[in-house]
Design a protein around this ligand. Structure first.
Ligand code: FE2
Length: 408
């Protein structure tokens, strides 16, 4: 077992609460705490959903910041240029995670092979056959429709560095799950999956010294790196079987809603809707993987970063939807229980966001123990008969536990 690094962690006490300056409050946020006692304010309830502009104005008059809770049901504000479906289609899991895992694994492996095949073909200047890519993505969509936890778990435990086919596949799975959460139709889930899988193909034209460089890029290297969006567009545009949406995403996935993205710095209303979705999935995957952007961050820390970047990098409503999708306990993340045992989250039921199913791997002394599954939603108890409670969520590598080493 590798060295047990003391992990940097997020406290369970407040891990689902985000501190927000009152100037950034939006309708639909659930305010759970203030920067002062509730009795000093005119609010009747300690914790409420922001449904009126008047309440935002009152908070802005009396507070400097508040805490919003992402576990409480929030009504997400509409995306500006396209109405995000408000549970237009509500998908429910048809099978449990353990049963879905073998099928998900098959679809995952096929999609990875397909991605590698596409990259090789593009490098050799061969024709891009979208039919096969669509079939591979379609199998992933089917799995995600049956139970998305299995695919999310796999994409987490099988991710490697951010420049490989694995990264594109992870972005693909996150984007499909996100589209499902947004209530998009099945054909749109397939389209976004193909777009996400191919969004970074332009990187085949970028020197590997730049892609694999550890640490920040120089100005010149950055300008070369940014060209992968232009190369991606050119490579895909020249292929007859590729439809325009895929080309647009390869071109626009690094654009920002404040107009400061690349390659063109276009304003929010000119960025395709799918590019806004994929931008969030892409950065979530990169930040949780680590690499040039630093050490791997925990899912929660990453969600906080995405939240802070909303309205600058990403569409605010979409970020809040994404936080709701991933929740505080996404599959594949390392958790420490209140009795000291450590495990990996297998799945989370949206009805019990703080009570996932956990594969316990280390005992209370952080030594490898008998692997058992504890279903917190069903009141699983530890050796002493005490109900399991999550104390911390850690980034990958905590206590020498590497989720990439896990087997099915
Ligand atoms: Fe990219």
């Amino acid at each position: 077992m590798a060295k047990k690094t003391p992990p940097k962690n997020d406290s369970i006490k407040s891990f689902h609460q985000f501190k927000v300056p009152v100037s950034e409050l939006e309708l639909g946020m659930f305010v759970s705490e203030l920067d002062r006692p509730w009795v000093d304010t005119p609010f009747l309830f300690q914790g409420f959903l922001l449904e009126r502009l008047d309440d935002i104005r009152t908070l802005q008059e009396i507070c400097e910041y508040v805490y919003i809770d992402i576990v409480e049901e929030t009504r997400v504000p509409q995306s500006k240029e396209r109405k995000t479906p408000q549970k237009q289609r509500c998908y429910i899991n048809k099978i449990n995670t353990e049963k879905e895992l073998p099928k998900a694994n098959q679809a995952f492996s096929n999609a990875k092979l397909e991605m590698q095949r596409q990259l090789d073909a593009i490098k050799l200047g061969q024709a891009v056959d979208i039919k096969q890519t669509k079939a591979a993505v379609s199998a992933c969509v089917d799995s995600i429709l049956r139970n998305q936890s299995a695919m999310l778990y796999l994409s987490k435990i099988k991710q490697s560095d951010e420049q490989t086919a694995d990264h594109s596949l992870q972005v693909c799975i996150l984007s499909i799950s996100f589209a499902k959460h947004l209530g998009l139709a099945e054909f749109e889930m397939e389209n976004i999956g193909v777009c996400a899988l191919l969004h970074d193909v332009g990187k085949v034209k970028i020197p590997s010294e730049i892609l694999k460089k550890n640490g920040p890029l120089t100005e010149e290297e950055m300008s070369i790196y940014q060209r992968h969006t232009i190369y991606g567009r050119k490579l895909l545009m020249s292929k007859a079987s590729v439809y325009p949406g895929i080309v647009d995403i390869a071109y626009c996935h690094h654009e920002r809603v404040d107009g400061k993205g690349f390659p063109r710095g276009i304003p929010a209303d000119k960025i395709p809707y799918f590019a806004k979705i994929i931008a969030i999935a892409n950065d979530y995957a990169s930040l949780t993987t680590g690499g040039r952007q630093g050490l791997p961050r925990s899912s929660l820390e990453t969600l906080r970063i995405l939240f802070e970047r909303r309205n600058h990098f990403y569409d605010s409503a979409l970020v809040i939807h994404f936080i709701q999708l991933m929740g505080v306990c996404p599959p594949g993340n390392i958790v420490e229980m209140s009795n000291g045992e450590v495990g990996v989250i297998l799945s989370t039921d949206s009805r019990y966001k703080l009570r996932p199913k956990v594969l316990l791997m280390l005992d209370q002394y952080k030594q490898p123990g008998t692997r058992t599954v504890a279903d917190l939603a069903k009141g699983a108890v530890d050796f002493f008969g005490r109900p399991y409670v999550i104390r911390h969520i850690h980034p990958n590598g905590a206590y020498g536990l590497n989720v990439n080493d896990l087997e099915l």
